[in-house]
Design a binder for this molecule. Structure first.
Ligand code: DOR
Ligand code: ZN
Length: 358
């Protein structure tokens, strides 16, 4: 899908260095291949814990944190300037003590809820949130540790395209009623229902938005044939939802902030009979977001979305340096090295109207 050139907006935009509030970095060779892409433009990122096995303890989070910094130093050398913000993977067995250790560590900044079976490596996820996790949630509410939510029900009777909307009713509302002061981030929202819910909810609720859900609707998955590199979870929705998400992201509301959900999978694991979910955007996220904001004449609200609202919600300082975006064509590479295989970024081979001045 061609991304249209905007008309009346500045050609250069300098903003406080952004952070990515939802990122998959993987581990081992994959980690080494991708970490530099995020560190190039972002100051910090919230690191998802859905490794195999998942990161369920503070001790595991500390070890993963150290592997990330080692991988970064190995690829970027002296240029390494990036802080990974670690998360724990919530399970039916997460204790209040573990939440206490996480808070005390200073490196764990949130806990992630994957409903069991919802997405990649979510088998160890939660089966009954209020029934099994009440002690952990109460402690998180008490110490101000945000819960990051993959907001889809897993009930096979619910249509894949309706799973986020149904989640609001079945899980989000009861959760927020039981723990009204718990900070909750509704991750990678994909529907008008979720955008409206977050906009109107009382209490400390926010949402992250990915570049793909701002730029594309579900037609992109079927454009001229099956397009596996546009397949992620929650799946792209219809155009009315895309428009509502873009309106929310660019509205200036403090409740919406940047979270790429950049999720690398080797080319062969996406281009096969049962392909993995995830879009790789760490490389060109800021160009994609600038393109989306520019399409609706809202570049002036990009800095709040990318660089202010996230740290403000998490209670962290904003970054003190800047990056500069320029209206210069950026050709998205056809593929990138990924260990001994390769990775296809979102919109591979296409030209974006914005780039980051390195
Ligand atoms: O598309 C996705 N990919 N959605 C997720 O929730 C997980 C992610 C991954 O880890 O690959
Ligand atoms: Zn994710």
């Amino acid at each position: 899908m061609p991304l249209s050139m905007p008309q009346t907006a500045p050609d250069t935009l300098t903003l406080t260095r952004p952070d990515d509030w939802h990122l998959h970095l993987r581990d081992g060779e994959a980690l080494k291949a991708v970490v530099g892409d995020t560190a190039r433009h972002f100051g910090r990122a919230i690191i998802m814990p859905n490794l195999k096995p998942p990161v369920t303890t503070t001790e595991q989070a500390q070890a993963y944190h150290d592997r990330i910094l080692a991988a970064l130093a190995a690829t970027e050398g002296d240029k390494a300037r990036f802080t990974p913000l670690m998360t724990l993977y919530l399970t039916d067995n997460t204790t209040a003590d573990e939440i206490g250790r996480a808070k005390a560590s200073g490196i764990v900044h949130a806990v992630k809820l994957y409903p069991a079976g919802a997405t990649t490596n979510s088998d160890a996820g939660v089966t009954d949130l209020l029934g099994r996790c009440a002690a952990a949630l109460a402690e998180m509410e008490r110490v101000g540790m945000p819960l990051l939510v993959h907001g889809e029900v897993t009930d096979p009777a619910i249509d894949v395209f309706d799973r986020e909307a149904v989640f609001i009713e079945r899980v989000m509302q009861p959760l927020r009623k039981a723990f009204p002061a718990l900070k909750v981030v509704f991750e990678h929202i994909t529907t008008k229902d979720a955008a409206d819910y977050v906009m109107q909810a009382e209490g400390p609720v926010a949402a992250t938005l990915t570049p793909q859900h701002l730029l594309y609707n579900r037609n992109a998955i079927f454009q001229g044939g099956l397009q596996p590199h546009w397949y992620c979870l929650p799946i792209l929705k219809r155009e009315t939802h895309r428009q509502a998400l873009l309106a929310a992201a660019t509205s200036g509301s403090q409740r919406f902030f940047l979270g790429t959900d950049s999720a690398p999978h080797a080319r062969g694991l996406k281009e096969q009979s049962c392909g993995c979910a995830g879009c790789y955007t760490a490389l060109h996220a800021m160009a994609l977001y600038a393109t989306a904001f520019d399409m609706v004449g809202k570049l002036h609200n990009l800095e709040a979305f990318a660089s202010h609202n996230g740290p403000d919600f998490y209670g962290l300082p904003r970054n003190s340096d800047t990056i500069t975006l320029v209206r210069e064509s950026y050709e998205v590479p056809e593929q990138l090295p990924y260990g001994n295989t390769e990775l296809v970024p979102l919109a591979a081979g296409q030209t974006l109207p914005w780039s980051v001045r390195d």
